[in-house]
Each structure stands twice: as structure tokens, then as C-alpha cells.
Design a protein around this ligand. Structure first.
Ligand code: ADP
Length: 494
């Protein structure tokens, strides 16, 4: 495990020498310490990134050359699959099979953007048919410059890859600030980048707290673009900070995503996706379908099955066989989620869960929790909890379901289940959300766009959209000098 930050190709300590604790949420014990980076460290990292961008060679290399580096990074991540997944379990708490998915996905993201980098060699320029005599024009894609990436703790290395891989593919240099709750795997990326031949200074990684290192990164005038995933209040602060220097921002924020289940859905299928939609990764998922709307005819039997299955979920240490539900990421998150559940009991009926599982008090565990019978105005129905807590309500008609689903300030995910595909498509079309699932909830694919409507964010990650976040578009227009140049000035100026 690395105990230094990664700046200009070297592992270094923080300028102040200060460190902070990294805690295992399964037992609340400190298992590591990493540097507590501050504004000075961020400045050093941004200057390294700036120099790597301004002096090259990275932004001027061909897409295939950059792609080769990204492909090696993906290969090295895949080679260290088991070790990285186990670090993720220790740092974040998630069950090992889910951590293994994360690492596989992370390697896949690097491989995907390696392909897109290669493709840039052929599609970075596009001729624009102006239809104006004597003029030709083209649009050229270029890297946006120095990117600042601030990432959350729920999928530590995967969230890093969603920003690092497309930024590097585009030819940007960057500074990555992992969450203070889960800094371990991101720090390994420095080593992986170095071994893959990434030039010094292109990727810099500074560990530290949000209000110190994160804020300094958002404020730094040497950063051209900010990419953030996290909570709405922090996203809003980052957007306001970015406004000062007119930095471009992409924000992937929270949600309270609905899952609408029509009565023609087989109960087993509905139960499986509802449970996965809210309880995987302990519900610490921005797109979790935490509001479930069930058509009245199957509300009672489906609810009974849900309760039965939620109680069967094996809770425990992420490395134990058969465990589906680990601890929440930290003591503060544990306290926050329990503090949301408590008042929920007075505005809704607690159907199951709601407490700390017996025998697991030493860790940050919370039982899978189901609430019912709340009003639509209830806090617990409207606000994101970011834990294993789902609110369930019945509905009568399709129109009512769509209205209730869309009645939210968020618009990240939305899901619909029905045997009638025409109806499902109609509802999918009516959802005001950036990611819509039909007959499933949560499957995520590197090639497809990811991001939210309304207060759930700005811009899209993954796929081509993710790459475009890190590209500027330049217009180059040429006048044919063999033509009489005076006519244009004469004609346009009258
Ligand atoms: P949470 O409250 O669940 O930790 P945040 O949105 O605060 O979610 O955290 C996501 C990321 O944002 C983390 O890397 C965190 O350090 C960072 N962060 C928190 N506050 C700020 C801030 N004021 N400026 C920049 N980054 C911040």
C-alpha cells in the first residue's frame, strides 16, 4: 500500500508532512495512513500537470501512441485484479465479488478508451461544408488542457477510471483527488501509469480532505476543466467555484431514482431487480432505485416477498464467503444513514431492518431497510440517503406512476418493469432521467452515456460522451488566396 502522493512521476510526502488515517469500516480500525495534501500540494501537482501539458509530449502524441499506454494500464490493472479488489474491500467495505466486478470494469474502461484514443487519429478532424465560395473549414478536436478530477468513495478505483481514462485518451494531463475515505487504490494508479509508460506529470494524485485539497483543486486557476462525482451540495460548490475562472465542469451527482413495477411482471423477477437496485454496494450507489412504485394489484404479495428476501441477505465482512452486504464506508456515513432512518419512522412505516445487525456492532453495518406508507411529501421519500434504505408505494394507473416517478428534483436513473414492452417503452420515454432501465435496474455499460437530468448533474460520462468531456473543438477556416479577396470584404461590409 502506498503511503505517499504521486506528483510528477514520483511518490512524495505532503508539503506539511501531515498524514491522515485510513479506516477499515468492518471494525473501525485504522489500517493505513496517507498524506493530508493541502493547497501547496495541489499547487505542486497542478504545476506538474500544466508543464506536462504545455511542454508535451503527451497532448501531441498520436492517438495510437496514447492508446497503447492506456491499454497497458488496463492490462496491469487486470493483472492485479485480486489484490486491488481486496484493497477495495478493506477500504470501502463492499463484498469481494462486487469489488472484483469493479476492478474488471476498471480494466475495461481503460481498454475502451484506449480504442477511442486510437480512433482519434482518424476522426479528430471533420470537414465542415460551408457552401461559401472560396472558403473551406474544418472542426478539430483537441485536449481541453489540465483536468481536475474529484471522486467519491463508493466505487473508488472505478470512479477514478471514468475520469482518468478518457482524460488521458483525449491528451489531457490531470490531477486526481480521491475521496479521503477511500484513497488506497487510486494511489496505485501512479505506479500503474509509470510502468505503462505515461510521461511524468501527466497524471498526478493528491490525497486529502475535500474542504482542503478538493477545494484547492477546484479553485486553482491552472486547471481548465473540473470533473466531479459526489453529493449535490459539494457539486453545487464546485460549479460555483468553476464559474470564477469559467472552467468547464462535468458533474455526476445524487439521485432518488424510481423503479416502477407493473402487475404483469413476474414476482420473482421484480423481487430480484428491486433488491439489486437498492441493496447492492450497501445502497451506496448514486443511481440506486431507492423509490419503488408497485401497481396495486401485486403490491401486497410483492411486498411480502421483498421483506422475506431482504431479511435473508447475508450481512458480514466483505471477504467472507456468501456475504452480499458489507459495512457502510465509514463511521460518518453509518451515523448519517441511521440518522435518516430514525425520523423516517415517524413519517412512514418501518417494514423491516432499520438497525445495526446483531453481533456486527463493531463495524459500520446497517440492515437492509424497507419503508412503506409514506406521503409523497415525506422527507424519506424525497431525499437521497445513500444507504440500504428503500421506500415503497403503490400506484393505480400508468399516468399516476409516471407523475410520482418524475416528481423529484433529481433525474439520474429511472426503471420500469412490465411484460408489455410497448408500455415499458412509453414509460421510459416519459421519465425525466438520464439513465433509464427497462426490466432491470443498475446494469452499467462502459459504451453507454451516464449522467443525470435536473439536479443530478451536468454532462455525460462513459462512451464517446466521456471522451468529449475532455476535448475542445477548434474551428479552422481557410480562404483560398487565389480568389479575389476583396469581394468578401466588400460584400459583407456593404
Ligand atoms: P460525501 O459527503 O458523501 O463524502 P462529497 O460530495 O462531499 O460526498 O465527496 C465527494 C468528493 O468531493 C470527495 O473526494 C471529497 O473529498 C470531495 N469534496 C468534499 N468537499 C469538497 C469541496 N468543498 N471542494 C472540493 N471537493 C470536495
Amino acid at each position: 500500500m502506498k503511503d505517499q502522493m504521486f506528483i510528477h512521476g514520483d511518490y512524495v510526502g505532503s508539503a506539511s508532512g501531515a498524514m491522515f488515517d485510513v479506516v477499515d469500516p468492518s471494525n473501525r480500525e485504522v489500517f493505513h495512513r496517507v498524506p493530508r495534501g493541502n493547497g501547496e500540494d495541489i499547487d505542486r501537482a497542478v504545476k506538474a500537470a500544466r508543464k506536462a501539458f504545455d511542454d508535451g509530449p503527451w497532448p501531441h502524441m498520436s492517438g495510437s501512441e496514447r492508446g497503447a499506454v492506456l491499454r497497458r494500464m488496463g492490462d496491469l490493472i487486470a493483472e492485479r485484479r485480486d489484490e486491488l479488489a481486496r484493497l477495495e474491500v478493506r477500504d470501502n467495505g463492499k463484498p469481494l465479488p462486487e469489488a472484483l466486478w469493479d476492478i474488471d470494469d476498471t480494466a475495461g474502461v481503460f481498454h475502451f478508451y484506449a480504442d477511442l484514443a486510437e480512433r482519434l487519429d482518424n476522426n479528430a478532424e471533420e470537414d465542415i461544408p460551408l457552401g461559401a465560395e472560396g472558403f473551406t473549414s474544418k472542426a478539430v478536436k483537441e485536449p481541453v488542457g489540465v483536468a481536475g478530477a474529484i471522486i467519491p468513495w463508493n466505487f473508488p478505483l472505478l470512479m477514478a477510471s471514468w475520469k482518468v481514462a478518457p482524460a488521458l485518451a483525449a491528451g489531457c494531463s490531470m490531477v486526481l483527488k480521491p475521496s479521503e475515505l477511500t484513497p488506497i487504490t487510486a494511489l496505485e494508479l501512479g505506479d500503474i501509469a509509470r510502468k505503462s509508460g505515461l510521461p511524468s506529470g501527466v497524471l498526478n494524485i493528491v490525497t486529502g480532505f475535500g474542504p482542503e485539497a478538493g477545494r484547492a483543486l477546484a479553485e486553482h486557476p491552472g486547471v481548465d476543466k473540473l470533473a466531479f462525482t459526489g453529493s449535490v451540495p459539494t457539486g453545487s460548490r464546485i460549479m460555483a467555484t468553476a464559474a470564477r475562472y469559467i472552467k468547464t465542469v462535468s458533474l455526476e451527482l445524487g439521485g432518488k431514482s424510481p423503479l416502477v413495477v407493473f402487475a404483469d411482471t413476474p414476482i420473482d423477477e421484480a423481487v430480484a431487480w428491486i433488491m439489486f437496485g437498492i441493496f447492492w454496494n450497501q445502497g451506496e450507489v448514486c443511481s440506486a432505485t431507492s423509490r419503488v412504485l408497485i401497481e396495486e394489484a401485486i403490491y401486497e404479495p410483492l411486498m411480502a416477498r421483498l421483506v422475506e428476501e431482504a431479511r435473508k441477505i447475508e450481512i458480514g465482512h466483505g471477504l467472507e464467503d456468501g456475504v452480499l452486504h458489507g459495512p457502510l464506508v465509514s463511521q460518518s456515513q453509518h451515523e448519517k444513514v441511521l440518522a435518516c432512518i430514525e425520523p423516517g419512522k415517524s413519517e412512514a412505516r418501518l417494514v423491516t431492518g432499520g438497525g445495526v445487525p446483531k453481533g456486527l456492532e463493531a463495524g459500520c453495518y446497517v440492515e437492509p431497510t424497507i419503508f412503506a406508507d409514506m406521503d409523497e411529501s415525506a422527507w424519506i421519500w424525497r431525499e437521497e440517503i445513500f444507504g440500504p434504505v428503500v421506500c415503497v408505494k403503490p400506484f393505480r394507473t400508468e399516468d399516476e406512476a409516471v407523475r410520482m416517478a418524475n416528481d423529484s428534483r433529481f433525474g439520474l436513473g429511472a426503471a420500469v418493469m412490465s411484460a408489455d414492452l410497448d408500455r415499458a417503452e412509453r414509460v421510459a420515454g416519459a421519465f425525466r432521467a438520464g439513465i433509464v432501465w427497462i426490466n432491470c435496474s443498475q446494469p452499467t455499460f462502459t459504451k453507454a452515456p451516464w449522467g443525470g437530468y435536473k439536479q443530478s448533474g451536468v454532462g455525460r460520462e462513459l462512451g464517446e460522451w466521456g471522451l468529449n468531456n475532455y476535448l475542445e473543438t477548434k474551428q479552422i477556416t481557410t480562404f483560398d488566396r487565389s480568389r479575389p479577396w476583396g469581394w468578401y470584404l466588400k460584400n459583407t461590409n456593404g
